[in-house]
Design a protein around this ligand. Structure first.
Ligand code: CO6
Length: 399
């Protein structure tokens, strides 16, 4: 018998082990090259392990919820059986009485969601030979409200009569939830607020955005300006770009800026622009555009969400004026940019004060009071406001 030993692949810098979420194949199942064998989680992302070979799953060596180190063998696949053509015979097990073929992954999702095999024939398959793909099934579940057919066997509810729907948290939500609790239990969060006048940026962007789009094929949002102002402030206040380990402070050389991106499914991810200080506005705009696009289509790589040293969240995207964001551990601070709004404002001139209409924005800066006191945390926020307000003197805005 020829055996293939399936190991946990390298998952990127800093990841030494994974947790098995669940096996999508059972011992004895036919495996095709690229089939998803199991779902795994790291402390950064959930992902899947695909089979690099055709064969039959002979032995599963670890069970769900077990931690396994990178490189360790987790399953044995018998690849000689495939060569003997047993697959063709076994595939018949996956046929319904209409002789339609369903992949093990589709069957496994259907089973989980309480969809009977007979019901699968109602779904239009977009795969090869009109086969139903995982996406077809997920779309069906979304549109047809079939998600409610899922049976929650192990959950006891006290007050079920007033519940309209039961939704299980997906893995990403669970990770976010755990990270939030961990951060709140680790850092002593406090938040300082400043208001800044971003009129120059708004007017300059308005004047240039059409041309920018024409030349670069992407839009020029406010994010590159926010990031540039934060970078300048980190250079002025390097003790913001740190991390704490026990009682040790680690000053970080690189400025790696995380940006919070809201995902279509309601989750949130924070990709990181490594060494963000080497880029001008234009390059930042291009990088952000790419990260946002790939984040929203679930196409980020593990290393792209690692090693952030400071995080920006643009809560003005959804019209909020202020926020008290939670620090992304092991960082020590996070900044939230509020909505930019026109406001009546006092303008001081040599000929006296007058009221004018200005574009104003609140900045909220949450920081870990274990290590950052109000003076530093508040001054940092003020500095970001200053750089945004004095845009013409401080930005490389040649686009
Ligand atoms: N004010 C006013 N208008 C804004 C602002 C602000 N702050 N930000 C964006 N916009 C405008 C923007 O200019 C666009 O206008 P047009 O150019 O005229 O079309 C429009 O809103 C849409 O911008 P978009 O969001 O598409 O692009 P942007 O580059 O500004 O933002 C993003 C990218 C990834 C940051 C954003 O899409 C996003 O996901 N934002 C939400 C992030 C989030 O959910 N943060 C919450 C984290 S939890 O912080 C938290 C306080 C706690 C609760």
């Amino acid at each position: 018998m020829k055996k293939y030993y399936l190991t946990v692949p390298a998952m990127g810098e800093g990841i030494k082990e994974i947790i098995i979420i669940k096996w999508l194949k059972n011992e004895g199942d036919i495996i095709k090259e690229n089939d998803i064998i199991l779902e795994i989680a790291t402390d950064k992302v959930d992902t899947e392990i695909h089979s690099p070979v055709n064969g039959i799953l002979l032995k599963i060596l670890f069970t769900s919820k077990e931690e396994v180190k990178i490189g360790v063998i987790i399953a044995i696949i018998d690849i000689s059986k495939y060569e003997n053509n047993n697959l063709i015979k076994d595939e018949k097990n996956e046929l319904d009485n209409n002789n339609k073929f369903y992949s093990p992954l589709v069957l496994s999702i259907a089973k989980k969601e309480g969809i009977k095999i007979g019901e699968l024939k109602n779904i239009n398959g977009t795969g090869k030979n009109n086969r139903i793909t995982k996406d077809d099934l997920l779309e069906y579940l979304k549109n047809d409200n079939n998600i409610n057919k899922k049976v929650y066997k192990n959950v006891k509810f006290n007050n079920i009569h007033n519940v309209s729907e039961i939704i299980e948290m997906d893995r990403m939500r669970k990770i976010i939830s755990n990270n939030m609790i961990k951060s709140k239990n680790t850092a002593v969060h406090v938040t300082s607020f400043v208001e800044t006048d971003v009129t120059d940026i708004v007017l300059w962007r308005e004047k240039n955005k059409k041309n920018f789009k024409k030349e670069n094929g992407i839009k020029l949002s406010f994010m590159p300006f926010f990031i540039s102002a934060v970078i300048k402030s980190i250079k002025d206040y390097p003790m913001i770009n740190i991390s704490i380990k026990d009682n040790i402070i680690l000053k970080i050389k690189n400025i790696n800026i995380g940006i919070a991106i809201a995902l279509p499914d309601g989750n949130l991810i924070v990709p990181v622009i490594k060494n963000a200080d080497i880029y001008n506005l234009k390059k930042l705009a291009i990088i952000i555009n790419d990260l946002v696009k790939r984040a929203k289509s679930n196409n980020l790589k593990t290393f792209e969400i690692q090693d952030g040293t400071y995080t920006i969240t643009n809560i003005g995207s959804f019209g909020n004026i202020l926020g008290t964001p939670i620090i992304n551990q092991p960082q020590v601070a996070i900044i939230a940019m509020g909505v930019i709004k026109k406001k009546p404002s006092v303008i001081e001139t040599s000929k006296g004060d007058f009221i004018g209409i200005r574009y104003k924005m609140y900045i909220s800066h949450s920081y870990d009071h274990r290590i950052i006191d109000g003076n530093l945390g508040g001054s940092f926020a003020k500095s970001v406001g200053y750089y945004l307000e004095n845009f013409y003197d401080n930005f490389d805005f040649k686009i």
